[in-house]
Design a binder for this molecule. Structure first.
Ligand code: GLU
Length: 409
């Protein structure tokens, strides 16, 4: 199954249970627009290199489309389409006035200099500036993109359209970014973990978490869960991982990662490979790196009782079935990692109103929206006896479907 087929599978499963009808199902299943561009730049050595860039706009029934921009060698049209549709459902689950989109460039950014990255980003904006905008489609950070990349996007877009901070979110605080945005996905995940903990009677304090990925999502999740009393028994990043069944010293781990650029080689535990991390002895597994890492065979070996999807689509549908059979509770990406886009929404609101919120306000509002979303999803799950993922899709499809019908076909 390709990535796009996997998200279509979840969508169809929920749509059939809801009986939305063929007409609405057809409307919601296909993307509004798929754009592919060739981004040619001059490298520092004078060579010309061309990269593929994508922006897929999936649905705008509930508002301007919203979604990140990923720089990774595995980015392709299928993956971006899948991620764009996930954004439609994610923004609907948290009830944000947005639709869904996603973009990316097929590139290994670690092989480019800062100047080359800047040229690549600006050139990409040149090619998509007429289809994005504060009321059309608002990009944001995703894998390997950061506040600096967002600043370049804002600057380049503004050259065409005038000063437009609301065209992109996840900007640096000093350039119209929102307080709390950087940690928002990890913080949202913590809020969801607390809700789950209450429901299953396993408080975060004293629970053993294994976290795959130490980027924007995984690192903040590890820090915040640790601050909440959770025990982090394993973490990993692209270079390797580290494990300690008694719990890692998280502040010391951050120190090590800051100095060496990786969690690998941290002395407060034993080295641990990525697969070993996914199947290690823990209570809660948080895959917060790339998609499709938990396949059917990995799922069969997973020992955690709860999986919270920090990344987008980390479990394949086959793995999801294995978890269902094993009675593993899976908190789906479109709920678990919605904290990022939620604070992106707050950033957009602040930009449009020319105001700045303090961090407490951001975090309080984030907690409120995450809890509301969790309550709704958990309620559907309880009353209709459905897994959390299907329940989240039922909630989202209901909202997007209603907006679609009300606007008129
Ligand atoms: N890339 C993030 C996601 O997948 C954030 C998107 C946004 O803030 O628009 O949810």
């Amino acid at each position: 199954m390709t990535s796009a087929e996997a998200t279509a599978h979840y969508f169809k499963k929920a749509a059939r249970i809801m009986d939305v009808g063929e007409r609405i199902e057809t409307l919601l299943a296909s993307p509004l627009r798929e754009v592919k561009v060739q981004v040619s730049i001059e490298l520092d050595n004078g060579e010309i290199r061309t990269f593929n860039g994508y922006r897929v706009q999936h649905d705008n029934a509930r508002g301007p489309m919203k979604g990140g921009l990923r720089y990774h060698p595995l980015v392709d049209a299928d993956e971006v389409l899948s991620l764009a549709s996930l954004m439609t459902w994610k923004t609907a689950v948290v009830n944000l006035p947005f639709g869904g989109a996603k973009g990316g460039i097929t590139v290994d950014p670690t092989g480019l200099s800062t100047k080359e990255l800047e040229r690549l980003t600006r050139k990409f904006v040149d090619q998509i500036q007429d289809i994005i905008g504060p009321t059309r489609d608002i990009p944001a950070p995703d894998v390997n993109t950061n506040p600096q990349v967002m600043a370049w996007i804002m600057d380049q877009y503004s050259k065409y359209h005038g000063h437009s901070p609301a065209v992109v979110t996840g900007k640096p605080i000093d350039l119209y970014g929102s307080r709390g945005r950087e940690a928002a996905t990890g913080r949202g995940l913590l809020y969801i973990a607390r809700e789950i903990a209450r429901d299953v009677g396993l408080p975060v304090k004293g629970t053993r978490f294994a976290i795959q990925g130490f980027g924007n999502v995984g690192s903040h999740a590890a820090r915040l869960i640790h601050e909440d009393g959770g025990i982090i028994v394993a973490v990993s990043d692209v270079n390797g991982g580290v494990r300690n069944p008694k719990g890692l010293d998280v502040p010391a781990l951050f120190d090590h990662a800051r100095k060496s650029g990786s969690v690998k080689g941290f002395q407060g535990g034993n080295p641990c490979g990525n697969e070993e991390l996914l199947t290690c002895d823990c209570d809660v597994l948080v895959p917060a790196a790339l998609g499709n890492v938990i396949t059917k065979s990995v799922a069969a070996e997973v020992r955690a009782k709860i999986v919270i999807e920090g990344a987008n689509a980390p479990c394949t549908p086959e793995a999801d079935e294995v978890f269902e059979k094993k009675g593993v509770l899976v908190v789906p990406d479109i709920l678990a990692n919605a904290g990022g886009v939620t604070v992106s929404y707050f950033e957009w609101v602040q930009n449009l109103q020319h105001v700045t919120w303090d961090e407490d306000r951001v975090n309080t509002e984030l907690e409120k929206l995450m809890r509301e979303a969790y309550d709704r999803v958990a309620n559907i799950s309880r009353t209709r006896k459905l897994p959390l993922r299907t329940s989240a899709y039922v909630l989202a499809i209901g909202r997007v479907g209603k907006a679609t019908v009300l606007r008129g076909i």
